[in-house]
Write a protein that binds this ligand. Structure first.
Ligand code: NAD
Ligand code: USQ
Length: 399
């Protein structure tokens, strides 16, 4: 089928585009390369040397015999170009990764907050409006986040896949059953944009009968998939800096380059995780099993396991011998939380989970060691503070 992969130059989007192309689908990547520009803004970069988009695509053509097209469109700001692409190319599905995805980046300053909201909400709304205006009957698969549910307020309850069954009391004392979007509790401006996205999907499914799957994804770890590992020119990006590096990948890089493992605060934070290979597979499963146009967005929790940060640190330390350092947490977040979440839907569709114990942490450490000479250790500390009080605590610690 014809699939547009919005944000297909990024960490999740690139391996997804390759996977779908290898599976025989016709792919166009739509990306404004903003992530590569943010690397320049931050003076940081991928640990792995990522090739220019055209070089990546030429390498894929040479190795697979398959063509992937590239359209440089800003999905948030170039509505007419996006709508024209949908009209002319008429995709059967759209995978939407095209958002600013780092919570620390979204909290750096007022301008980073405004950019993240304008970019993410603008992009999602433009896609939905363009689908309606062009009349294209595409299934939209969006990458959301487990963070929409928040962390710490569930009191041991199992987080359902998107919707909560509730009973609403009526004045006469009777009750009616209702299925509502699970209450949201975002922990950063970035996570808040994913909450706003959810409401855009809610409205457009109800009003226009669009078919949307919103994948509430946990923290993605790993770097290679079978396709990105085929050739140096296909290598995937690997973020480790204090803004874009995510926790487990950071710990593995830190251990590989001889930097203490940076646990924020007590490390009692529990988060959901998924390996990149499973992430790519989940998107394929969602695409191959589209939902009916029943007026509601379909929501899956895209995760395979939950772990506490300090336990991850201990696991990496055991594997590598690296020391652990508890640093001031720049974020405002619950210092300890439990997380139990239902994630059966994708398993029922055929997902076979890859877990931390499957030996893949060693693979990531090996990749990190191979490119350790590219690591700029001055970019490792996470210095984006959520509040003035957190900023003062960080400054005090540095003095
Ligand atoms: P990424 O930053 O590596 O990739 C995002 C891509 O989208 C980049 O190539 C960027 O240039 C592009 N983009 C951003 N704004 C755009 C715009 N306005 N127009 C066109 N292109 C635009 O991020 P990622 O890690 O690949 O994440 C992809 C998606 O998955 C994000 O929406 C993110 O919220 C979600 N997600 C990621 C993780 C994770 O751990 N990486 C976990 C859960 C959810
Ligand atoms: N943390 C550390 N040490 C570090 C980095 C992070 O202890 O060096 C802690 C953080 O304080 C936090 C947890 O690890 O408690 C997770 O942080 P993270 O940066 O790995 O993940 P997060 O900011 O939540 O964002 C990432 C992706 C985002 C995605 C989200 C999924 O960048 O796109 O939406 O994971 S989720 O966490 O489920 O919301």
């Amino acid at each position: 089928m014809r699939i547009a992969v919005l944000g297909g130059d990024g960490f999740c989007g690139w391996p997804c585009a390759l996977n779908l192309s290898a599976a025989g689908h016709e792919i166009v990547i739509v990306d404004n390369l903003s992530r590569r520009r943010i690397d320049a803004e931050l003076g940081a970069g991928s640990l792995t040397p990522i090739a220019a988009p055209e070089e990546r695509l030429a390498a894929w053509r040479e190795l697979s015999g398959r063509e992937i097209a590239l359209e440089r469109i800003d999905v948030a700001r170039e509505y007419e170009r996006l709508a024209a692409l949908l009209r002319e190319w008429s995709p059967a599905a759209i995978v939407h990764y095209a958002e600013q995805r780092a919570a620390p980046y979204s909290m750096k300053s007022a301008s980073h907050k405004r950019y993240t909201v304008d970019n993410n909400v603008g992009a999602t709304h433009n896609v939905l409006a363009a689908m309606v205006e062009s009349g294209v009957d595409a299934h939209l698969v969006h990458l959301g986040t487990m963070g929409v549910y928040g962390y710490g307020a569930h009191r041991g309850a199992t987080v359902p896949e998107g919707y909560l069954e509730i009973e609403v009391p009526l004045p006469d004392g009777t009750r009616f059953a209702e299925r509502i979007l699970h209450p949201s509790d975002p922990g950063s401006v970035y996570h808040m944009t994913k909450v706003l996205d959810q409401h855009l999907f809610y409205f457009y499914c109800k009003n226009d009968g669009l078919r949307v799957t919103d994948l509430h994804q946990g923290v993605v770890w790993g770097t290679h998939t079978e396709h990105t590992a085929r050739d140096e020119r296909l290598v995937n990006r690997f973020d480790y800096d204090g803004d874009y590096g995510t926790v487990l990948n950071r710990f593995l890089v830190e251990a590989a380059v001889g930097y203490p493992i940076t646990v924020h605060g007590s490390g009692g934070q529990t988060r959901a995780f998924i390996h990149l290979r499973d992430s790519v597979r989940c998107v394929q499963l969602a695409l191959e099993n589209p939902p009916p146009a029943d007026g509601k967005a379909r929501i899956f929790n895209q995760m395979t396991e939950a772990h506490r940060v300090r336990e991850l640190a201990a696991k990496v330390a055991r594997l590598t011998g690296a020391p652990i350092e508890h640093v001031v947490n720049p974020r405002k977040e619950a210092p300890e939380n439990e997380l139990r979440a239902d994630h059966r839907c994708l398993v029922d569709l055929g997902l076979k989970a890859t877990t931390l114990d499957d030996g893949l942490m060693e693979e990531v450490v090996a990749v990190a060691r191979r490119y350790a000479h590219r690591c700029d250790k001055s970019k490792i500390p996470s210095v984006s503070a959520w509040t003035r009080e957190r900023a003062r605590a960080l400054a005090w610690r540095r003095e």
